[in-house]
Write a protein of this length. Structure first.
Lengths: 85, 209
């Protein structure tokens, strides 16, 4: 069975996550061998996924951790965890 | 993350509840970034997200006896963070143009990806350029809420499908569908912009394996 480009796009996210079954993966791989457009779409989508996981994209504000733990110190001094309800 | 990673959390909780309150700092430290990012994904405001993160940490402390160990500690904490964030959103809603309801509708219809054959390399070094990180942040922040939340959990914080489903109170298939649409929207928004700043280099195909 030959699958078309649209069919490939529908499965790109699952393909990147390794969640398509072996048969579909083989079909997609076959399609990608000859389809420049779909391989470009796959590569750029995968690039986006890889880049998003980089710690430099989202950073916590400077001093976030210090302020959080200072606030927790106050709380810990004043209060105990609630008793079982 | 797998379940056995939670054994240190369970042990810490036991000791905290036994009176060693100062250990709560160690308990919350490994998840504090995730708390912030989840809240930032919801609230889209640094100051508000930080304030909500502090409230979340305090709620985790106060309610620590309620943690039963049937979910991963991180998942449980992120659920508390999400509730905190949603409560704040509800309070803001009258001030916002787009209501939560309007944002929770699924987008229908086909999507057509941006086709760009010139940006094939994995340009991890691109992130050294602040403008690239900013482009990614803007694109994620520009997603409808239901997609943004999934992307923040799955691709930014790299939670598993099951954990993301638990935090968001949706099914695992729904996580996958939303993630797929989110990535498609991001690809379409980002590919042309990133291609224009990507170094034109060849020979990095090994990255794709």
């Amino acid at each position: 069975m030959r699958i078309d480009c649209k069919h490939v796009w529908e499965h790109i996210s699952a393909y990147i996550d390794g969640e398509v079954d072996a048969e579909l993966r083989a079909e997609i791989d076959r399609h990608l061998e000859t389809c420049e457009i779909c391989s470009a779409v796959l590569d750029s989508t995968r690039n986006v996924v890889v880049l998003m996981a980089d710690d430099r994209v989202f950073e916590v504000p400077t001093g976030y951790s210090d302020r959080l733990h200072a606030r927790l110190d106050q709380e810990l001094k004043l209060n105990e965890p609630d008793e079982e309800k | 993350m797998t379940a056995h990673n939670d054994e240190p959390a369970t042990e810490l909780i036991r000791r905290i509840l036994g009176g060693e309150k100062h250990l709560f700092h160690d308990l919350i430290r490994p998840v504090e970034r995730s708390i912030y990012f989840l809240l930032f994904g919801l609230l889209k405001n640094e100051v508000e997200a930080e304030d909500a993160a502090q409230e979340t940490a305090i709620k985790v402390y106060v309610n620590l006896r309620l943690y039963r160990g049937d979910a991963q500690f991180k998942t449980w904490v992120l659920s508390i963070a999400r509730n905190e964030g949603l409560n704040r959103l509800r309070k803001q809603v009258s001030r916002r143009e787009d209501s939560i309801e309007a944002q929770t509708e699924e987008l229908d219809g086909d999507y057509t990806p941006a086709v760009l054959t010139s940006w094939r390399e994995i340009p991890a070094e691109m992130l050294e350029r602040k403008e690239v990180a900013a482009l990614l942040r803007e694109a994620i922040e520009g997603l409808p809420e239901i997609y943004r939340n999934v992307v923040m959990l799955r691709d930014v914080q790299e939670l598993g499908v099951r954990e993301a489903a638990e935090v968001l109170c949706i099914s695992e298939p729904a996580v996958k569908v939303r993630l797929h649409r989110a990535r498609a929207l991001l690809q379409r928004a980002l590919a042309p912009k990133l291609a224009s700043v990507a170094p034109r280099r060849k020979g990095l195909m090994g990255w794709f394996q």
